[in-house]
Design a protein around this ligand. Sequence first.
Ligand code: ATP
Ligand code: MG
Length: 393
Amino acid sequence: MEYKAFMIKYAEIGTKGKNRYVFEDILCKNIRTRLKKCGEFTIKKEYGRIYVVAEAAYDYEDTVKALQSVFGIVGICPVVMIEDTGFENLKQSVIAYMDMCYPDKNKTFKVHTRRSDKTYPIPSMEMNSELGHVLLEAYPQLSVDVHAPDILLQVEVRQTGAYIYSLVIAGPGGLPIGTNGSAMLLLSGGIDSPVAGYMIAKRGVAINAVYFHAPPYTSDRAKQKVVDLARLVSAYTGPIRLHIVNFTDIQMAIYENCPHEELTIIMRRYMMKIAEAIAEQEDCLGLITGESIGQVASQTMHSLYVTNEVCHMPVFRPCIGMDKQEIVDIAEKIDTYETSILPYEDCCTIFVAKHPVTKPRLAKIKESEALLSEIIGELYQKALDTLETVTVR
Ligand code: ATP
Ligand code: MG
């Protein structure tokens, strides 16, 4: 006895009314793409459910892991398929199934039968009680609990065979990628921005990313780390177009012309401006950052106000109300943490002042930026013109 299929549970899609089929179709497409590397599967929508059926030998662990990375899925139920639906065979099958899934029988259970094949001679209620009965006979340690059973054994009888399942493996939840436009993630080598990208993508948003580097002050290894992070995030989001901006000249210009305690805030304003320009070219509808209120000087309420002022697009900051540890917990869950903590320099850490402003005033920052007026236009354009774009998957 082995699992030949998975029944896919999805939650919020069910609330989409007339658009429901659009969400379901995109979910099926995303599942198909994600499972390509795991084997040969048929993905079908039937009776308001999605089934993933293995057409050849496949690796169970890899397949479950791949399904757990598809947004929109809340539960993955491994299914045993039985060809002979004769009631005697069904009885033997549920006995064998129980033994395979639950070596410890000290549990409560309930059988729930559904007949998609209405010509099947035994009514569901009768099947429930008969199958319950044979299970109790086979395993006296089991007991029935119809209200809150440990095991809800589901049997579905169809014309083509019967499906038996009870396990529900948690999926990532959210909505299928591709159902909600796309956004531009400002991806640094830190812990927060990959988490921010993951969280927005989880709501169905496709992700583009932009990274600002400052060679030779930042190394190729620092850049490679960001490419690696983008790859880790792409396990959930699908391919990410990563735009790498050479930010050195702009940073140097700010460093040479503006007050040092304002370096970070002015630099962040230029980052947002450039990110927004690229986002427009890429048809994105918003920006995403890993900012969290009060985490560092550039993320106080005053700093966020001043940074945000350059943007016209909505800026999504899903980590905004989270403590560092809460962000770390998600980074660990999505497997980006170990890469994020590798010690390569970030372009922000090289040009930081000893005492950055924590309460910048917009008017004062604009005055300082005016000191750049003769050179910044050209540098800004050059940064956009020398953009390097890679697709990471
Ligand atoms: P992270 O852990 O995401 O690096 P952080 O705590 O280091 O965040 P900052 O360096 O202040 O915080 O950056 C705040 C946000 O700005 C980041 O989460 C990221 O979205 C963006 N950002 C910072 N540096 C860069 C960079 N070099 N390239 C692209 N985006 C950046
Ligand atoms: Mg950072």
